[in-house]
Design a protein around this ligand. Structure first.
Ligand code: UD2
Ligand code: MN
Length: 595
């Protein structure tokens, strides 16, 4: 019996427990190895060369050695966990290091209580509905982390235990993805229901989640990032929806935990998951009609999910082929999963009555390996673009021409699942699931946003409106994603340069017999003939169109018949034709080139 007088231990501390040691190899004695189920491979035929290698990787990613799984038979309820010692062991001494480990404010996070209350951010009738606690599927909460802060990780776990009915919460499976301090995860198995998988080498969040899925035993899996706090009744809407439809993948609304002061802020409820043609996740606004008629207790169909927080049935996740184990570190798996779910017979919804806060940050605080983060993102994206997007991949490469230089690697395992599940094509997805997406015109030379430095070509209203003229061309902030309510009507910045006619157009809202419709209007010089200094306006397209017919020469936009005049970012809200010269103000880059 050890004397405890030197340190203040919480009264619940087990007297015989020695302080945890850094992990070496093998099972730590006081922990019983967790029985890991046998791996059952999918039936591949035939195999050769690259395919064989892919299959080996597939198998390896799904094999969890019992020696890498830790549970503590003496685990206790969360409120008996010695929070103070756990947090104190990771405190920083130098204030300047506050953002070093996690790219969010550790000084603040370490002092925010682990069991704090957060505002109930649900809208509509969510908080008057009595959410049932019985008769719902159980869930394994899966959290992977690499060098997470002790405080954010523990707050995640405690919020899950406190706010999830215990009959629904089967277990919390942590995956320590080779963090530099193994005790951060290792000490948490002292809390009831917490299991730990240790990745002895860094796998990235995608393979880390696959590993967790191999040992998790709940009816459903609920994936969370390692820096979240779940809100009131968050799990029931998710479980209820999966119970109704076992092929439904559901996500909460992701509230915001401010990375500087850790304030919990309710997020906008009127967004669904989308994706740009560059394959970057974005939020799309609902239409005004959809907002006005929204019932928060009902799921909101979502073409994609952000990726970090969602629930999926165990059987469905495995049947779908989990994730692509040849994707590394971070990025793209959420879009890949979204396409796969929809194209292969599943559905995706955001449940607005389920809220989970997440600490969003500006940077990845961790390493991406020798080739760098961009290589990782592009390779991950290329893999699913080739698997799922069919001929629409040209739009992706039009947006990211350089992506062609990175090879996706062997895709046979992913194609195996695509065939086995008889998945639909991308054309079906675009037309039936993501009709909100802007369609590049195939007969175009250039399409989408056109950028000049940090700004995007934008149409501004005229001070003195004239018939047949809809606005003038200038530069504005590039509007994309969450802060852009104008996304719901056509984008004021989406442009098309037509291949055959040289017309440079934008879809524009006009009245036809009292009805609002979109028509393509044409950019052109206000002066006929155009001259040095002419303003550019969006006007009705005309037949005699020397002043409206453009060419795009490397980075310059010129009128075909007046090639000594170039579009020039003359003043911010006021672009003009100017004598061509080699200067920045005449250089424009389109979101997409159809090449
Ligand atoms: C978003 C998702 C994230 C994932 C990612 C795309 C949300 C809230 N988050 O990124 O879950 O879908 O987009 O891939 O939607 N991690 C590891 N190993 C690594 C790197 C990260 O386990 O090598 C962990 C990390 O500790 C965290 C999680 O993976 O818990 C997600 O990483 P993140 O928080 O850096 O990503 P985030 O939120 O920017
Ligand atoms: Mn995150």
């Amino acid at each position: 019996f050890q004397s405890q007088s030197e340190v203040t231990l919480s009264p619940v501390h087990e007297p015989v427990q020695s302080s945890p040691e850094p992990l070496k190899t093998g099972v730590i004695e006081e922990n019983q190895p967790y029985p890991v189920p046998e791996f059952t491979p999918i039936d591949f035929v035939p195999l050769n060369g690259e395919e064989e290698k892919s299959f080996d990787l597939y198998k390896a990613a799904r094999t969890v050695s019992p020696e890498d799984v830790f549970v503590d038979p003496k685990a206790q309820p969360w409120h008996k966990f010695d929070v103070k010692s756990y947090i104190d062991a990771g405190r920083i001494k130098n204030k300047n290091d506050a953002y070093k480990t996690a790219a969010f404010n550790q000084l603040v996070s370490d002092d925010v209580p682990m069991d704090r209350e957060i505002p109930d951010t649900r809208l509509g009738t969510c908080n008057s509905v009595v959410w049932p606690r019985e008769g719902l599927p159980t869930t394994s909460v899966i959290i992977t982390f690499h060098n997470e802060l002790r405080s954010t990780l523990l707050r995640t776990i405690i919020s899950v235990i406190r706010r999830t009915p215990s009959n629904i919460l089967k277990e919390i499976v942590l995956v320590d993805d080779a963090s530099s301090d193994p005790n951060v995860g290792r000490e948490l198995i002292k809390i009831n229901k917490v299991k730990l998988i240790l990745n002895r080498k860094r796998e990235g969040l995608i393979r880390a989640r696959i590993r967790a899925a191999m040992i998790a035993t709940g009816d459903t899996f609920t994936f969370l990032d390692s820096h979240v706090e779940v809100n009131q009744d968050w799990i029931q809407p998710l479980m209820q929806r999966i119970k109704e439809n076992p092929r439904m993948v559901v996500a909460p609304i992701i509230d915001v935990i401010n990375k500087d002061n850790f304030q919990y802020i309710g997020a906008d409820a009127f967004l669904t998951g989308g994706v740009s043609w560059a394959m970057v996740f974005r939020w799309d606004w609902l239409s005004r009609h959809e907002m006005e008629t929204m019932d928060h207790t009902v799921g909101l169909k979502s073409p994609t999910i952000a990726g970090g927080l969602f629930s999926v049935g165990k059987a469905w996740f495995h049947e779908l082929g989990e994730y692509d184990d040849q994707m590394d570190i971070w990025g793209g798996e959420n879009i890949e999963f979204s396409f796969r779910v929809w194209q292969c017979g599943g559905e995706m919804e955001i449940m607005p009555c389920s809220r989970v806060g997440h600490v969003f940050r500006d940077d990845h605080p961790y390493d991406f390996g020798k080739k760098g983060s961009n290589h990782v993102f592009v390779k991950n994206n290329n893999r699913f673009v080739h698997t799922w997007m069919d001929e629409y991949s040209t739009f992706y490469y039009g947006t990211r021409p350089n992506a062609r230089s990175i090879l996706p690697g062997d895709l046979s395992v992913r194609r195996h699942f695509k065939e086995k599940l008889q998945c639909k094509g991308f054309d079906w997805y675009v037309k039936n699931v993501y009709s909100r997406q802007h369609m590049p015109e195939r007969d175009s030379i250039a399409w989408g946003h056109a950028k000049r430095g940090e700004h995007c070509l934008t149409v501004f209203p005229l001070k003195n409106p004239q018939p047949g003229i809809y606005g003038k061309l200038g530069g504005g902030n590039c509007n994309q994603g969450i802060n852009n309510p104008s996304f719901q009507d056509m984008d004021k910045q989406s442009l098309v340069l037509k291949k055959d006619t040289g017309l440079f157009q934008q879809p524009t809202k006009v009245l036809h017999d009292g009805k609002e419709v979109y028509e393509n209007k044409c950019f052109g010089s206000i002066d006929k003939p155009p001259k040095d200094g002419s303003k550019i306006v969006l006007a009705d397209c005309v037949d005699e169109n020397d002043h409206q017919r453009w060419v795009y020469h490397s980075v310059n936009l010129k009128l075909d018949a007046y090639q000594d005049l170039c579009l020039d970012a003359f003043q911010m809200g006021n672009f003009r034709l100017k004598k061509c010269a080699n200067k920045d103000s005449q250089q424009f880059l389109f979101e997409m080139l159809n090449i």
